[in-house]
Design a protein around this ligand. Structure first.
Ligand code: NAD
Length: 502
């Protein structure tokens, strides 16, 4: 009997008005069963050229459209995303294996960023500054960049695309999107709804394009001078390849790369709250979020009790088919991810780690091509090389500390710098953690886990996480170029710095 997910995918695609370019180049599959959903044809060179040319042509019309009018497109897109939320969430569940509530949450993030971007369309503020010269005015103005290339990862098939697109569009740019080869159907549906929104509001044609292909297509975009910005979400390995290629042509990047996120649990913490915060962050999306908690740094006085309770909580997790709505933990994306998890656990135990629970594959008989795992907790004697590596699977390494400064040093002693948390009720500890001398991450939370960011803040991280910022706050500036304008409204020509000439 075919799994119901096949029908759900077909009906969601139909509802969103997608025409799938069926073919045999790439395979849309579901990690729920490991089966193929459909074969897709990759974007041809000629289609890529057309996409880039029309994105360039549309840009000249779009940049002349007032920003608040551009906001109408994003507003309409947000309405359609709301209307088709269940269909998009079904596609995210089918392709990324997310449980329905997390899949719906991802679509909600798209709706939220549309709201933010509509407001932003009237707030692309520049500053004025006093000129040292009489009869002169200085100001900065912000201008769109052109067609922006967006490359995204499998684990958030649609939200990071929307963080980039909603904001980039109101800033006056056009879009060329290469989604992950694992989540192409979710991408086609999201793009189809943007297409419908563009028609509804009478926006110029050619504003947005999805191109389908593997990493070589991403490489081509990275080298393409017609894309002044490449915003790329994915592994640190990918970022280390994209970054230099784009830099070689003096393009801009927004890099959103791997994380290795930790929480410190202090002795004063509300342990019930911390337990829930840690469990959701470590196990949600089967450990396949960039913000997944991978390290727990816990005070030695409470380590034993807390770890025991955490192991018990892990024992109550329901693992299985996410589409039923009855599981909390869905599958890993593919067999390679399972192999990565097994290898990491072997390395951790070789380093002296003690596997406290998890690591076993489950439902293998029912779904031999799908990879469901029991999330693992490993007690480590210290932060060895494997702990400092992002393994994209549900493994939580537990280490202990005595003094807060020691915990913060351990916390920061990894290559990545995305998200972080401290659980404490001591205001001095909390403040120290978010101070200059505290967490070195782009996201530092108090009494909240590492995952589940809201769109209002700027999202991204430091060090090998790439340094990019997307979504809220002033992240919009990455999608615009700044010009400093000095206007002389006097009849004289005084030179700056008192220079005399002619
Ligand atoms: P991945 O790096 O394998 O692929 C991501 C995207 O990059 C895909 O579209 C892929 O085709 C493309 N790509 C790969 N190599 C490329 C290259 N050399 N040039 C151009 N494009 C290339 O990542 P994944 O397995 O899909 O996703 C998981 C990773 O993404 C994890 O490391 C996770 O932490 C990270 N991630 C980070 C964030 C963030 O915001 N920081 C968000 C989601 C995922």
């Amino acid at each position: 009997m075919t799994h119901p997910i096949h029908d759900q995918v077909r009906s969601a695609l139909e509802a969103c008005g997608v025409t799938v370019p069926e073919g045999a180049d790439l395979h849309a599959r579901t990690p729920i069963t490991g089966e193929q959903l459909m074969g897709l044809r990759a974007t041809t060179d000629a289609e890529y050229e057309t996409a880039l040319t029309t994105a360039g042509e549309a840009f000249t019309a779009w940049r002349d459209t007032p920003a608040p009018v551009r906001g109408n497109l994003v507003k309409r897109w947000g309405e359609l995303l709301t209307e088709y939320k269940d269909d998009l969430a079904a596609l995210v569940t089918a392709e990324a294996g997310k449980i329905p509530s997390e899949a719906a949450g991802e679509v909600q993030e798209m709706i939220d960023i549309c709201d933010l971007a509509v407001g932003l369309s009237r707030q692309l503020f520049g500053r004025t500054m006093p000129s040292e010269r009489p009869g002169h005015r200085m100001m900065e103005t912000w201008h769109p960049l052109g067609p922006c290339g967006i490359i995204t990862a499998f684990n958030f098939p649609v939200a990071p695309y929307a963080w980039n697109t909603a904001v980039a569009l109101v800033c006056g740019n056009t879009i060329v999107w290469k989604p992950s080869e694992a989540t192409m159907l979710s991408a086609l549906a999201t793009d189809a709804l943007l297409g419908r929104a563009a028609k509804d509001v009478g926006a110029p044609e050619g504003l947005h394009h999805v191109v389908i292909g593997d990493r070589t297509l991403g490489e081509k975009m990275s080298d393409d001078e017609r894309l002044p910005l490449i915003s790329a979400t994915g592994s640190t390995r990918m970022g280390s390849e994209v970054g230099p290629r784009v830099a070689a042509r003096f393009g801009r990047t927004v890099l959103e790369l791997g994380g290795n996120n930790a929480a410190i649990v202090a002795p004063s913490a509300d342990l019930d709250l911390a337990l829930r915060g840690v469990a959701f962050a470590a196990v949600g999306t089967a450990g396949q979020r960039c913000t997944t908690m991978r390290r727990l740094i816990i005070h030695e006085d409470i380590a034993e009790e807390f770890t025991e309770r955490l192991v018990q909580a892990y024992g109550t997790l329901t693992i299985g088919d996410p589409s039923t709505g009855e599981s909390l933990v869905g599958p890993l994306v593919h067999g390679g991810a399972y192999e990565g998890m097994t290898a990491a656990l072997a390395a951790a135990t070789a380093d002296g780690g003690e596997l406290l629970c998890g690591g076993e594959r489950v439902h293998a008989e029912e779904y031999p091509e799908a990879y469901y795992v029991q999330p693992a907790i490993v007690r480590m004697p210290g932060q060895t090389e494997i702990v400092r590596t992002e393994t994209f699977a549900p493994i939580l390494y537990v280490m202990t500390y005595r003094e807060l400064d020691e915990a913060i040093a351990m916390h920061n002693d990894v290559p990545q710098g995305l998200s972080s948390a401290i659980f404490t009720t001591d205001v001095r500890e909390a403040e120290r953690f978010v101070s200059d001398a505290g967490s070195d991450c782009g996201i530092a939370n108090v009494n909240i886990g590492t995952s589940g960011a809201e769109i209002g803040g700027a999202f991204g991280g430091e060090k090998h996480t790439g340094g990019g910022r997307e979504s809220g706050s002033d992240a919009w500036r990455a999608y615009m170029r700044r010009a400093t304008n000095t206007v002389n409204y006097s009849n004289e020509l005084p030179l700056a710095q008192g220079v005399e000439f002619l």
